[in-house]
Write a protein that binds this ligand. Sequence first.
Ligand SMILES: Nc1ncnc2c1ncn2[C@@H]1O[C@H](COP(=O)(O)OP(=O)(O)OP(=O)(O)O)[C@@H](O)[C@H]1O
Length: 326
Amino acid sequence: MPIVIVDNLSKVYPVAVKEPGLKGTLRHFLRRTYRSVNAVQGVSFQIEPGEVVGFLGPNGAGKTTTLKMLTGLIHPSSGKVRVAGYVPFRREEAFLQKITLVMGQKQQLLWDLPALDSLKINAAVYNISDRDFRLRVGELTELLGLEGKLNQPVRKLSLGERMKAELLAALLHHPQVLFLDEPTLGLDVNAQVGVRDFLREYNQRYQATVLLTSHYMADITALCDRVLLIHQGLLIYDGSLEGLLQRFAPYREVKVELAQAVSETDLSQYGELETVEGREVRLLVQREALTRTVARILAELQVLDLTVTDPPIEEVIGRVFRAGVA
Ligand SMILES: Nc1ncnc2c1ncn2[C@@H]1O[C@H](COP(=O)(O)OP(=O)(O)OP(=O)(O)O)[C@@H](O)[C@H]1O
C-alpha cells in the first residue's frame, strides 16, 4: 500500500499584474488584474513505504509547490493527495506526527539559544516523553556526529553543524515520511557527505520514506534508486536513474587513449567529439552503434586504453531540461 498517493495534482497561483508607471500603480489599486501561474499541472505518482525518491527539476519547475501540497502548507487547486492515509491540508495532529518537512534555506532552531532548548520545545509540541527525548536525542546526536554541539548557541555552529541540528529537530518525533527540500544547500563537500550518510542510515534503520529535492546530483545518485523529473509543472519522468539514462541519453561516452595523435576530422567519423586533449579523446556514441564503433576504433586506431561509461547524469538532465523533452 503506497504511503504517498498523488493523483492528477495541480496548483494554480493567481499573480496580480501591475503595469509600469504611475497610471499602472493607480489602476493596480483600483482594479487589479490577475494572471495564472500553473505551478503544478496534473501530476500523479505513488511512493511505497521505505522508498527514497529524488525529486528533480530546474528552478521554478514546481518542486517546492508540490512538497508544500504534500505537507498541507498549501491547498491544491485540484487533484488528490494522501500521505500516510491523511489529507495533508487538514493538518491533523496524527498526520503531523507522521511527517516532517526540512527546507535547506529555512531554519526552525532559535538562533541565540542552544539547539537543545529548541529541541525541548519540539518535544513538548509533539508530546515526547522525557525518556524518549533522552533516548532519541542521544541516538540522533551520535548518528549525526553532533556530540558536544547541542549546548552551544545555534549561531556559533558551522553551517554543516546547523543543518545537522535542524535535521535532528525535524526528526525528533520519529516521522515516517520525510520531505526534504535542498537539505544540503550551501554545505561544503564533507558536510554534504555527512548529511547524505546520515539520511541513508536513518532510512535503513527506520524504514522511513524520503522524498528529496537537491541541486547536487551526488545526493540523488547516492541516495535515490528512483527519481521524479518535473519540468514546467509537468511530471516528465518517473523511474530508475538507470532508466532515465537509457531514455534520455541514447548514447554512451567512449574515452580513448591513443598511441599517437589523430586529426579531429578522422576521429569524428566514430561519434560526436566531446573533447580532444592531446592523445586523450572523449566521444559520444549512440548506444545501438556502440559495439560496432568500439570494434572499429580498436581495429583502425592504435589504442592504449579504452573505457565506456554513461555520460554524467547532470549533463543528461541538463539536456532534458534545455530541450523540454516530454
Ligand atoms: N506564492 C506564489 N505565488 C505565485 N507564484 C508562485 C508562488 N510560489 C511559487 N510560484 C511560482 O510557481 C512556479 C513553481 O515554483 P516552485 O517554487 O514550486 O519551483 P521549484 O521547482 O521549487 O523551484 P526552485 O528549484 O527554484 O526552488 C514558479 O514559476 C514560481 O514563480
